[in-house]
Design a protein around this ligand. Structure first.
Ligand SMILES: [Fe+2]
Length: 265
């Protein structure tokens, strides 16, 4: 087996570079009204003036009741998510200070801080958009077809995702990733905010199973929280993320093929 059969080489490597570059854009996506018909993969309010910023929720704090309590949402968004935003920005400041001073003695701690807090910011930004008071039910379209092809049925996918969420060790996440190398959907567990990485794969559905996401309402019954959470999943948002990424991959492949033909001529 040559490397060519494992890794995209030549023009095809651009597919991954482009997909990788789009990761940050597709990750955060638009919220609220901007999300309706003009999804362009652009991040909007998760940054401000080159800094990270707390995005507004696309619904009120009490909108997900009775499945997720208002007070949980208020603390989770306004305090916990804000702390990740502040931590990521503080790490950026630390990097600048180290560069200015030419002193990198604290670099390991600063890099760890950034990885944890930046990841927390992105994870939560997707999580809010993955939910809606009009959520629940099941996906349709291309995402449904892909789930059925890869997991056997939507129910089988949901069972696997639920099992992954329930068994995350400590605080962490269950996530459905789009993996652009093999054009696959992958269910992953993320410990903390940034452990058990799936490099290059892009989360399209995230479920926070840190205790701060459910303990006030469900106490230690994580399984009950996960079961209720399915009632607020915004499949419109998840489907849009999936279709954006697969269409981007397809168009990049088409561009590479046409450029390859030109090179061959
Ligand atoms: Fe959280």
């Amino acid at each position: 087996m040559t490397n060519d059969s494992i890794l995209p080489m030549g023009p095809r490597r651009d597919v991954l570079q482009t997909i990788g570059g789009l990761t940050g854009l597709a990750l955060v996506g638009p919220t609220g009204a901007a999300a309706e018909d003009d999804y362009d993969g652009q991040g909007h309010d998760a940054t401000e003036n080159g800094r990270y910023a707390l995005p507004e929720l696309p619904y009120e704090y009490d909108a997900l009741e009775p499945h997720i309590d208002e007070r949980i949402m208020e603390l989770h968004h306004g305090e916990h998510h804000q702390a990740y935003v502040d931590g990521a920005n503080a790490a950026l400041d630390e990097f600048e200070e180290m560069r200015s001073a030419g002193d990198y003695e604290e670099i390991k701690a600063a890099k760890r801080d950034f990885s944890f807090n930046f990841s927390g910011h992105i994870n939560h930004t997707i999580f809010w958009q993955n939910m809606s008071p009009d959520g629940g039910g099941e996906p349709d379209g291309e995402l449904r077809s892909a789930l059925e092809a890869q997991f056997g049925s939507f129910e089988a996918f949901r069972d696997e995702f639920t099992a992954a969420a329930e068994s995350v060790e400590g605080g962490g996440w269950a996530m459905l990733f789009y993996e652009p190398v093999a054009d696959l959907l992958v269910i992953g567990q993320v410990e903390s905010q940034n452990e058990l990485a799936h490099q290059g794969a892009i989360p399209i559905l995230t479920l926070d199973v840190w205790e701060h996401a459910y303990y006030l309402q469900y106490e230690n019954e994580r399984a009950s929280y996960v079961e209720e959470w399915w009632n607020v999943v915004d499949w419109t948002d998840v489907c849009r993320r999936y279709e954006f990424l697969t269409q981007t991959r397809a168009s990049e492949n088409a561009t590479d093929e046409s450029e390859g033909q030109k090179t061959d001529d």
